[in-house]
Ligand binder design. Structure first.
Ligand code: ATR
Length: 277
C-alpha cells in the first residue's frame, strides 16, 4: 500500500507541491502519494485528528493554517517555534512533529545561487510578515549577524527583532531609511506581496543606492521577474526570484519524510513550467 502525504490549505488548488512531490516519488520509485486537501479553518482540528488515525505519514501546511496548526501537533521543532509557524509535519511513530522549511528553503536556495558561507554578510529584509519572519530567524540560525528589517509598518519590524533572543545588531528601519542606507548591504531580500499580480510593475522601495556587487532576492516567483528584480539587475546586482525558495522548502520536507534527497533540477522544472519561465 502506498504511504500517504499531502498538503492542507484553503485554497489549495494552486499549490505546485503535489506535482513536485509526486514526480519525485515516481522517479525515485518511492511507494507514496501526495494529495492536496482543502480544509476550511473550522475543520482544521478534526482534519489533523483524521490524518493521525488514518496513518498519514506527513504533510505540508499552507495558508491559512500555518499558525493554527501548531497547538494541534505533538511537538514543534525549535526553529518553527521561533518563527511561529509550521509548514511541514512529519509523523514520528504516533506523534505529529511540526517544522518550518520555508526559511531554511530560502537559505539553501541563497547558498546554491550565491555563496555557502553567509555569516559575514550584511542583509536587509524588506517586509515583516510571515515570510520575512521565517527568513529572518533562519538567517540568524546559520550565523548571519547583521540583518536589518524595514517595513511600511516599522513597529512590526521592531517586534520581530525584539522577539529574537539571539545576540543581534538588527535594526528596524522605515522604507525611506532603508532606501537611504541601501548601499550598505551585501544582500537584500524582498518579502512583501508588492510585485505580484495586482501590484505588478511596482516595487516596495527604490534601489537607486544599491551596491552593484549586492545579491538581491525576491521571494515572489510569479511573475518570474518583478519590477524590484528588474531595478536590481539594472544596478548590476545578481538576482534570484522565489522559485529556489519554493523548491527548497519542498526538498527539505521531502528529506524529512523519506530520508532521501530529491532531484532539485527536476523539481525546479515543475515550477518553471508552471510560471512559463
Ligand atoms: P506573508 O505571510 O506572505 O509574509 P503578510 O504576513 O500579510 O504576508 O505580510 C505582508 C508584508 O507585505 C508586510 O510586511 C506588509 O507590510 P505591513 O506590515 O506594513 O502591512 C507588506 N505590504 C503589503 N502591502 C504593502 C504595501 N502596499 N506597501 C508596502 N508594504 C506592503
Amino acid at each position: 500500500m502506498k504511504k500517504l502525504y499531502g498538503i492542507i490549505g484553503d485554497p489549495v488548488h494552486q499549490s505546485l507541491s503535489p506535482q513536485m512531490h509526486n514526480q519525485e516519488f515516481e522517479k525515485l520509485r518511492i511507494h507514496a502519494y501526495y494529495h492536496p486537501f482543502r480544509i476550511a479553518k473550522e475543520d482544521l482540528a478534526v482534519a489533523i485528528k483524521g490524518m493521525k488515525v488514518m496513518g498519514v505519514q506527513g504533510f505540508n501546511v499552507t495558508v491559512p493554517h500555518k499558525l493554527a496548526v501548531m497547538p494541534l501537533l505533538d511537538e514543534i521543532d525549535p526553529l518553527a517555534q521561533k518563527i511561529g509557524a509550521v509548514n511541514t509535519v512529519v509523523r514520528k511513530g504516533e506523534k505529529f512533529v511540526g517544522y518550518n522549511t520555508d526559511g531554511m528553503g530560502f537559505v539553501r536556495a541563497l547558498q546554491m545561487d550565491w555563496k555557502e558561507d553567509l555569516a559575514g554578510e550584511s542583509a536587509l529584509v524588506i517586509g515583516a510578515g510571515g515570510a520575512a519572519q521565517a527568513i529572518y530567524f533562519s538567517l540568524l540560525s546559520v550565523g548571519v549577524k547583521h540583518i536589518d528589517i524595514c517595513n511600511r509598518t516599522v513597529e512590526k519590524a521592531e517586534a520581530m527583532i525584539d522577539s529574537s533572543s539571539s545576540d543581534t545588531s538588527s535594526r528596524a528601519l522605515t522604507l525611506a531609511e532603508a532606501e537611504e542606507e541601501m548601499g550598505n548591504y551585501s544582500f537584500v531580500i524582498q518579502t512583501t506581496s508588492i510585485g505580484m499580480a495586482s501590484t505588478e510593475g511596482k516595487s516596495p522601495v527604490s534601489l537607486d543606492r544599491l551596491n552593484a556587487g549586492a545579491f538581491v532576492s525576491d521571494i515572489i516567483y510569479n511573475p518570474g521577474q518583478t519590477e524590484f528584480l528588474k531595478q536590481a539587475a539594472l544596478k548590476g546586482a545578481k538576482t534570484q526570484n522565489g522559485v529556489g525558495m519554493l523548491v527548497h522548502q519542498g526538498v527539505l520536507a521531502f528529506e524529512k519524510w523519506t530520508g532521501i534527497t530529491p532531484d532539485v533540477q527536476r523539481m525546479t522544472e515543475v515550477v518553471t513550467a508552471h510560471i512559463g519561465g
